[in-house]
Design a protein around this ligand. Structure first.
Ligand code: SF4
Length: 113
């Protein structure tokens, strides 16, 4: 039995602080899911993003781009066609307790009067 487990039983602590130290800078170079810039996002661009997304993590509902982070594989295809409307988020820690928290609704504001 590991020492940390026995120490946790003795102290009554069953969790540890995370992360223990700030993330390493190299994590900024990893592929990460995109984030979207609403005022650069128009309907044509949103439809182009939906069309290139292999796992269907993106769909358009009216004037919103619905982005399922849980389905995104961080392939980067949307970054290529977005013309600045999608940027790397730099986020690698995406854990949540509810599946629906991974679905983001992004307003399409570019080109909308
Ligand atoms: S990175 Fe790839 S999987 Fe993720 S939203 Fe963009 S195209 Fe879809």
């Amino acid at each position: 039995m590991s020492l940390w487990f026995l120490r946790g039983l003795r102290r009554g602590v069953v969790t540890t602080r995370y992360p223990k130290t700030p993330p390493d800078p190299w994590t900024a170079t990893l592929p990460t899911p995109p984030s979207f810039v609403t005022d650069r996002l128009d309907i044509a661009t949103a439809d182009a993003l939906v069309a290139v997304c292999p796992p269907a993590a993106l769909r358009r509902e009216g004037l919103e781009l619905v982005y399922d982070v849980g389905a995104c594989t961080a392939c980067g295809r949307c970054l290529v066609v977005a013309d600045g409307a999608a940027v790397p988020s730099g986020q690698i820690e995406l854990a949540t307790q509810r599946r629906e928290d991974l679905v983001k609704r992004v307003a399409i504001e570019g080109g909308v009067q």
